[in-house]
Design a protein around this ligand. Structure first.
Ligand code: PMM
Length: 318
């Protein structure tokens, strides 16, 4: 075993805990990551996403789905209007806004939790923030659109910086790394430093290894195994393994048959120190993560002040 592998193993065995006071403050609520793993529920308003393409293309269905995910325990709802599956067609700013803005409006009316906009386009992010989104989830880590970094700084929006090798069109052609964990770590450290230099408060930064974005099966597994290296950068780490191809390859299963594999990967990521998990199946993930969190942080407080914090508007009156 190499020194690096031994270090990773020690990091995993120690179950790196979230720091005290670990929270992501957004305009419409705070994502609590203190002694717990937060969940980001996925709403893809696309006709062609790899696992749920077309199911929530209708705005009314997308809003209803987001509200359902919140009621099931999501801490953030992530709305995306362009599929990033390998080789997917890019959509225009206008088309993307026509997809996501009515959904963000509807969710903002119905939800009391933060909403994130999954886009790498500044015009789309600006419009989404104006409609009540809180967080910018940028799969390009603020690189593809030169206006994104100043927008995020000026809006004081929390931001997810994700690693990707190449672009969605090319990323799975032949991804190559010398040391995938070290390269992803150094990339994310560099992008976080660039964001801070542009005026983004470091407490608003989340980093993400970008599972499936320019990575082979072995690269994805190495990143999950070595997640402690990313956690050591001092930013909350978000991981999105849900229904991804690496699970399909290991189980020889279609996207709709990847629930158990997705939950296993989510638990592994939580025990390796992830603070936020991006998932399609919130109810199932919340059960799995409750167990992972109890192992990671100890049993939950038997008498929490707010047993079931309300995520959906109107819940308290019910
Ligand atoms: N994966 C997808 C889309 N957006 N954003 C972040 N931050 N991390 C991810 O892993 C990620 C993402 C692709 O998955 P989907 O088509 O199921 O949404």
């Amino acid at each position: 075993m190499s020194k690096g592998q031994a270090k990773t193993l020690v990091g995993m065995l120690a179950f790196p805990a979230s720091k005290t006071g670990w929270a992501l403050e957004a305009r419409h609520g705070t994502v609590d990551m203190n002694g717990r793993t937060a969940l980001m529920g996925i709403v893809n308003v696309t006709p062609d996403s790899f696992s749920d393409g077309g199911r929530f293309f209708d705005p009314g269905r997308a809003v209803a789905h987001g509200i359902e995910l919140a009621a099931e325990g999501a801490d953030i709802i992530d709305v995306g209007g362009e599929s990033t599956r390998p080789g997917a067609r890019a959509v225009s700013n206008r088309e993307e806004m026509e997809r996501v803005l009515p959904v963000i409006q509807g969710l903002r009316r119905g939800l009391s939790i933060p909403i994130s906009i999954d886009t790498y386009k500044a015009e789309v992010a600006r419009a989404a923030l104006a409609e009540g989104a809180d967080v910018v989830n940028d799969i390009s880590a603020l690189r593809f659109d030169p206006e994104m970094i100043s927008l995020v700084a000026a809006e004081k929006a929390p931001v997810v910086l994700m690693h990707m090798q190449g672009t969605p069109r090319t990323m799975q052609q032949n991804p190559v790394y010398r040391d995938v964990v070290a390269e992803v770590r150094d990339f994310l450290a560099g992008r976080a430093a660039a964001a801070v230099a542009a005026g983004v408060d470091r407490r608003r930064i989340v980093i993400d290894p970008g599972i499936g974005f320019g990575k082979t099966l072995a690269h994805n597994l190495a990143l999950l195994r070595g997640l402690a290296e990313l956690v050591s950068l001092g930013y909350p780490v978000l991981v999105g393994p849900s229904r991804k191809t690496f699970i399909g390859k290991l189980l020889d299963a279609a996207p709709e048959e990847r629930l158990e594999g997705s939950l296993a990967a989510a638990v592994a990521a939580a025990l390796a120190g992830a603070s936020i998990l991006r998932v399609h199946d919130v109810k199932e993930a919340s059960h799995a993560i409750k167990i992972a969190d109890a192992i990671r942080f100890g049993p939950p407080d038997p008498s929490p002040l707010t047993p079931n914090p309300s995520r959906v508007r109107g819940d308290r009156d019910a």
